[in-house]
Design a protein around this ligand. Sequence first.
Ligand SMILES: Cc1cc2nc3c(=O)[nH]c(=O)nc-3n(C[C@H](O)[C@H](O)[C@H](O)COP(=O)(O)OP(=O)(O)OC[C@H]3O[C@@H](n4cnc5c(N)ncnc54)[C@H](O)[C@@H]3O)c2cc1C
Length: 300
Amino acid sequence: MTDVSTLTLPPLRGQVANNVSLAPYSWFRVGGPADLFFAPEDEEDLSQFLKALPSDIPILVLGLGSNLLVRDGGFRGAAIKLGKGFQSISMDDKQLVTAGAGAADVKVARIAAEAGIAGLAFLRGIPGTIGGALRMNGGAYGGETKDVFVLARGLDRSGDLHTFDLSVMGFSYRHCDVPDDIIFTEAVFQGRQGNSAAILAEMNTITEARSSSQPVNTRTGGSTFRNPQGYKAWELVDQAGFRGFKKGGAEVSPLHTNFLIAHEGAKASDIESLGEEIRSRVFEQSGILLEWEIKRVGEP
Ligand SMILES: Cc1cc2nc3c(=O)[nH]c(=O)nc-3n(C[C@H](O)[C@H](O)[C@H](O)COP(=O)(O)OP(=O)(O)OC[C@H]3O[C@@H](n4cnc5c(N)ncnc54)[C@H](O)[C@@H]3O)c2cc1C
């Protein structure tokens, strides 16, 4: 791999830095540094960066890091954090909502609700960005990204722009088929006419339901494992005796057993090895091998 410290990049408007800790960029607040970090100002800035970046340097796109575990050894490549230029939200009189990939899902839900656009309230339950919602087909409380999706824009590894319609997104449960090196920059969603007060009330219900059932104010990564067909991951973890179980600085949430929590001093390795211990004990007891939903990246 090309040594990033010797790279010559074109003039870029966004922040570029070497050896930047990624811990502040994930909800777990753990993990080592990225060799290179770039926070592009906008799509054009990102495109210039990608065109200049040697193709052997891996990239990692960061949303709000609410489904991400960066390992302690950090990321050998370029981490890209979409900044303010990717946070615009607009809508038209046909209830089409256009949002930058760096916009927070919660904000998109709120702005749509205030404009009387229904159908996007479920985004209130997902504490990530639109880019993460596209990548993960984020869903909550009866709604999923794919249900309202119309179109996305994204840049490929060479910095060229593409548009993606529903037929190429290949959405399935917490997954989209678009290659991992595509960086989504914007999405268009179809809402429908609704009553602002009713949508805001629906969002409040979601907020209350979430805070009573999930450890939302802790350092966590959301659902750790995907629900296997016909099962609930939390139930399998609970039945295997892991509720409140601790390993190093990591703990299985006593409130919701599919959530792992990082305590003061936790390392990414504590969280990952707790997850692996759960997987093997659940497998021994039930014959079901849990699959990680959290994206784990970087070097041990
Ligand atoms: C308390 C809590 C509750 C949660 N509840 C839910 C829930 O109810 N439903 C649900 O679906 N999820 C839930 N999650 C998980 C998480 O919020 C979602 O998966 C969310 O969509 C991740 O978005 P993010 O922007 O934080 O992505 P990140 O965690 O930063 O990244 C996740 C993946 O998306 C990729 N990615 C991010 N941005 C882009 C982009 N612009 N282009 C391409 N790839 C990108 C990353 O590279 C990574 O592979 C919860 C998480 C927490 C912490």
